[in-house]
Design a protein around this ligand. Structure first.
Ligand SMILES: Nc1nc2c(c(=O)[nH]1)N(C=O)[C@@H](CNc1ccc(C(=O)N[C@@H](CCC(=O)O)C(=O)O)cc1)CN2
Ligand SMILES: Nc1nc2c(ncn2[C@@H]2O[C@H](COP(=O)(O)OP(=O)(O)OP(=O)(O)O)[C@@H](O)[C@H]2O)c(=O)[nH]1
Ligand SMILES: [Mg+2]
Length: 458
């Protein structure tokens, strides 16, 4: 199969130390060679070697950029094709000059994710490994990164393959029974199918159990800091982020827009949203801010309701507490450094003692208690340690659930001694659904959809 030769900038655009331009495809070496002047022509260098030289304009020989060029010959490369990487001086112009010349050769601009797609099509990685490459780039905490890195190396694929292996054995057994019914007793095959389906269902369940934690690791806990104006919401965001990201003043209504900040607490990634104080207002801008606060409030996985302990509860706060009912939430009694005026007994009609955290953000009191309460709320204090194999991708979760359902159908059919060839259909379906996770049985449209989520140059 002969594919196009593609090129893209693989480093972040903008000013930087070095920019890497990646070229992959059957003509990578022959098409870059005329643009590269060095002691050895590119067509003669050994694989996995680096060469100093200049990118030149092939028309007049003008030096366009000073570079290092790496050659990796397929199949021993990331894409499994011939790969040439050009390390240029970082910067917008340098990258443009090199890219312009490349695209005048028989080379086209790569689509987002196309290098990784080729690694997949070349059989170097399967689909779940390729998807983990996006997770690597997007991960927001060390642990999420470690989980993704393990999946890139094939941890989830191994599990899926082993489950599929069991299903193939089962299908083979069924096949024998259909072809040579005299060799087998139908009841015996039914028992065999039941045992094998249970075994695989158990394996699927084990993976699905990691989904919740996996999703949190991957996406972080969306945490909305809400409350009335001036209670100290922005101060809290700054304290948790250990940064002065949000503007803090003693003027109620300071925060107008939702401010986002990623923090990790005991290895749990949190996407913190500081919101405008919720109140009735005539100010047009503040009004929009309050609407956004309410939207953030409804979407959040965790709500941090901030109260001013120096004031009595306001009716707006009572209304908020009503709405919080049934959600994951903590109440922060802020400004404990001031004389207490808030009636804690009233809070206890809405919340457990353990969900109420007294603090003084100003004096940095109680921050550790809040961090403890958050990790306690989500993982009983700690993330499961040890095994880093998680399913976190919604596509994988949906397919695991489908496969589980198919096997449940197979199990029940076997239990009722339904004709074997009917049961075979369900087992085969489960095998295909699991296969879709690793891309063994995936449609082109699915591949396009997955790889288009990547950045350009990946
Ligand atoms: N410059 C550069 N850095 C990079 C990448 C890249 O493509 N280029 N990667 C990509 O995104 C990641 C590294 N991943 C890679 C994985 C496999 C191969 C590779 O060439 N594998 C061959 C040869 C292995 C060997 O010689 O032992 C193979 O598996 O056959 C390269 C990079 C991160 N850093
Ligand atoms: N005494 C005391 N003052 C605090 C404390 N936390 C915050 N403040 C002060 O309260 C005022 C309001 O703080 P912000 O963090 O801007 O409050 P906010 O809830 O974000 O206010 P809006 O954005 O207007 O909704 C500032 O003057 C802070 O310095 C605290 O623990 N004790
Ligand atoms: Mg604020």
């Amino acid at each position: 199969m002969l594919s196009d030769t593609i090129a893209a900038v693989s480093t972040a655009l903008g000013e930087g130390g070095i920019a890497i331009i990646r070229v992959s495809g059957p003509k990578a070496i022959s098409e870059v060679a005329p643009l590269f002047r060095s002691t050895t022509p590119l067509t003669e260098v050994a694989s996995h070697t680096v060469h100093y030289g200049h990118i030149i304009n092939p028309v007049d020989g003008e030096r366009m950029e000073e570079v290092l060029v790496t050659v990796m010959k397929g199949p021993r490369s990331f894409t499994t094709e011939d790969v040439v990487e050009i390390s240029a001086h970082g910067g917008v112009i340098s990258v443009r000059r090199v890219m312009d010349l490349l695209l005048q050769q028989d080379i086209r601009l790569a689509e987002p994710g196309e290098f990784t797609k080729r690694a997949f099509l070349g059989g170097r990685i399967d689909l779940s490994q390729a998807e983990a490459v996006i997770d690597l780039i997007r991960s927001k905490s060390d642990r999420a990164f470690s989980v993704a890195l393990k999946q890139v190396s094939g941890s989830l694929s191994e599990r899926i393959k082993s489950l599929r292996h069991t299903l193939i054995e089962t299908l083979a057994h069924i096949e024998v029974n259909i072809d040579y019914p005299e060799h087998d007793v139908e009841e015996f095959t039914a028992e065999f199918i039941k045992a094998k389906s249970s075994e695989v269902m158990e394996g699927i369940n084990k993976l699905l159990k990691t989904a919740n934690e996996g999703k949190i690791l991957r996406e972080g806990i969306t945490t909305a800091i809400v409350g009335r104006p001036n209670v100290g919401k922005s101060s809290l965001l700054n304290a948790l982020a250990r940064d002065n990201k949000a503007i803090v003043t003693d003027i109620p209504g300071t925060t107008r827009d939702v401010i986002e900040e990623y923090v990790t607490i005991n290895n749990i990634p949190l996407k913190l949203l500081d919101t405008a104080g919720i109140r009735e207002t005539m100010d047009v801008v503040e009004k929009i801010g309050v609407e956004r606060s309410k939207a953030a409030f409804s979407d959040a996985d965790l709500i941090l309701l901030v109260l001013n302990a120096n004031e009595e509860l306001h009716e707006d706060e009572l209304a908020l507490m009503e709405q919080i009912h049934g959600r994951q939430a903590l109440v922060i009694m802020n400004k404990m450094d001031l004389p207490p005026r808030l009636d804690k007994a009233k809070l206890l009609t809405f919340f457990d003692e353990s969900s109420i955290v007294p603090m003084s953000v100003l004096e940095e009191e109680g921050l550790d208690k809040l961090e403890e309460a958050i990790s306690e709320l989500f993982f009983g204090g700690k993330l499961e340690s040890g095994d880093l194999t998680y399913v976190s991708n919604v596509r994988h979760i949906a397919l695991l659930k489908k496969a589980y359902k198919s096997l449940q159908d197979a199990y029940e059919a076997a239990d009722m001694l339904v004709p074997i060839d009917m049961i075979q259909i369900d087992v085969r379906l489960a095998w295909e659904q699991l296969g879709e996770i690793i891309g063994d049985t995936a449609a082109d449209s699915l591949l396009d959809q997955i790889f288009s989520q990547f950045c350009l140059g990946k």
